[in-house]
Design a protein around this ligand. Structure first.
Ligand SMILES: Nc1ncnc2c1ncn2[C@@H]1O[C@H](COP(=O)(O)OP(=O)(O)OP(=O)(O)O)[C@@H](O)[C@H]1O
Ligand SMILES: [Mg+2]
Length: 505
């Protein structure tokens, strides 16, 4: 009897220990991943058994894929996606300076922090009633990476997604796409937009090309609602930009690269550069300002193109001044010689125009390489549209041509309300009628009208005191009118330019 009792006692101790062990294993089953253990050590039948015991799968998103020193897009997207859930549900967060990268970024984005889960934290997410778990972890850096790279010395972070096997299709096909899209949207919202300019100089630096672009934060305040122009024309441009932004499927369907060319032309000070800023703000794109006079060859121009990102505007300001695009096409030999002149090892010609040729630029716009990247606008601005080679501005290269013109009365009203007061036109009716009559005779750019209207003292900010501002504009218009009349009989109108003929006496 005693023997039976002692056997029973021992058996119950063993059962209790097994029960405790099983509970612990069961609680942590999803992290233990028996499947991986069995997969490594046993045959297929054993793996099937493991799948019954541990039905959880996982996907990892590593910060650095392979030997790359730039963090992976998928990792950054997951990190951005998890920002909201992390700040809500996680106790330990990791904070990084916004902008990520050079010292210049850190200074510009000083106040902005990007928060993500700290190592060892876990957060749950629900998608279409299916629960999944995200966790953050890190492993030490591999020993065999490039020693001078900052990225290679840091520990390798990764996010892991755990989910039940029965949701495999939903998670892999739908949820992960959802995560990446949402992550990209969050990144776009948090991102400080940038204004880039090219710094590619004498070619090689110890055998390697340096960065070809440098940037500053883009925070130009001009938007479409602060731009004076014909309202119908403005709406047409905004609709065109909307169509372009939503045009991914359309461009794919018709087999066109997802890009669009704009030509902005008109006299100085009529708002061409301002229009580029308004477009960039409307579309929330970065701006690449191409300084062609410091691009040596067509090859360098292509390199600059390759290094631009999608969702951006590529601007070529005053294209007629920075390149010989006057319609006199050069022979092949001449172009070849120019290519050689652009060789960084050759002494350079002293001139201000670029060594980039017209054909190089035409290829840039719609050659094979132009299809790299997507969702990009190419904008040319010029004061002399008539001087441009027709090939450069033909439809397909420049899809939309926008003329920016001298100030008319409608634009004046717009500028007066913006600079002075909402009711200025109604209150100062007589002076405004005077301006209207003068603007029908005199060409004045919006930049000058705006300058004359700008209040010159705090007193002039009040509606009852804006009279002098309008008077200044009237005086300037009268002077311009007189000046035009004086030069009129002796001047020849050349396009939008006045070429004054010297008086012999
Ligand atoms: N249509 C406009 N509406 C509002 N502001 C304008 C307009 N046109 C010009 N301005 C103002 O005038 C200034 C100069 O304009 P902008 O530089 O855009 O002219 P531009 O046409 O590019 O001249 P340029 O041919 O000399 O480069 C800007 O500060 C802008 O605010
Ligand atoms: Mg300009």
């Amino acid at each position: 009897m005693d023997e039976a009792l002692s056997w029973f006692g021992q058996a119950s101790v063993v059962v209790s220990v097994l029960a405790v062990c099983w509970t612990m294993i069961w609680q942590n089953l999803q992290h233990i991943h028996l499947q991986q253990f069995f997969a490594r050590n046993f045959n297929r039948r054993a793996r099937r058994l493991a799948a019954v015991v541990d039905p959880y799968l996982s996907v990892t998103f590593e910060e650095y894929e392979g030997g790359r020193i730039k963090s992976s897009d998928a990792f950054e997207e997951v990190k951005a996606y998890l920002t909201t859930a992390s700040t809500r549900d996680v106790r330990h967060l990791r904070a990084e300076c916004g902008g990520g990268g050079s010292r210049r970024d850190a200074a510009a984005d000083r106040d902005r922090l990007v928060l993500s889960m700290a190592k060892g934290e876990e957060v749950a997410d629900v998608f279409k009633d299916v629960k999944v778990w995200w966790s953050a972890a890190a492993v030490p850096p591999p020993q065999d990476t490039v020693p001078w790279s900052r990225a290679s010395r840091a520990e390798r972070r990764f996010f892991r997604l755990d989910f039940h096997e029965r949701h495999r299709d939903l998670v892999l096909n739908e949820y992960l796409t959802h995560v990446r899209r949402q992550g990209r949207d969050v990144m776009a919202k948090n991102r400080q937009r940038r204004l880039y300019t090219n710094i590619l100089k004498e070619g090689y630096d110890d055998g390697f090309y340096r960065d070809v672009w440098t940037h500053v934060p883009f925070d130009h305040p001009k938007t479409f609602d602060k731009l004076a122009m014909d309202p119908a024309k403005k709406k047409e441009i905004i609709d065109d930009l909307d169509m372009f932004k939503k045009g991914k499927d359309y461009h794919k369907r018709v087999g066109k690269p997802w890009k669009r060319g704009y030509l902005l032309y008109g006299p100085p000070g009529t708002g061409k550069s301002t229009m580029v800023a308004a477009m960039a703000n409307y579309l929330e794109y970065d701006v690449y300002d191409f300084e062609l006079t410091s691009v040596n060859t067509n090859t360098d121009l292509r390199k600059l193109l390759i290094e631009t990102k999608s969702r951006s505007i590529m601007v070529f300001e005053d294209i007629d001044c920075s390149l010989d695009v006057t319609g006199e096409r050069k022979s092949k030999d001449e172009e070849d010689n120019e290519e050689k002149d652009g060789d960084p090892r050759r002494p350079k010609k002293k001139d201000t125009t670029s060594k980039v040729t017209l054909s190089g630029l035409l290829n840039f716009i719609d050659g094979l390489w132009s299809a790299c990247g997507e969702e990009r606008l190419i904008v040319f601005t010029t004061n002399h549209v008539d001087k441009l080679d027709p090939a450069l501005i033909r439809t397909g290269r420049m899809d939309k041509k926008i003329e920016m013109s001298y100030c008319d009365f409608e634009s004046f009203e717009f500028l007066a309300r913006m600079h002075l007061h909402e009711d200025v036109v109604e209150v100062y009716r007589a002076q405004c009628d005077r301006v209207k009559a003068l603007l029908e005779e005199v060409d004045m750019a919006p930049v000058d009208v705006g300058e004359h209207l700008t209040p010159k003292s705090p007193k002039e900010l009040k509606l009852e005191n804006v009279g002098p501002c309008l008077e200044r504009l009237v005086t300037a218009l009268l002077e311009k009118d007189k000046e035009d009349a004086r030069s009129g009989p002796q001047a020849q109108v050349d396009g939008q330019d006045l070429v004054v003929v010297e008086d012999d006496n």
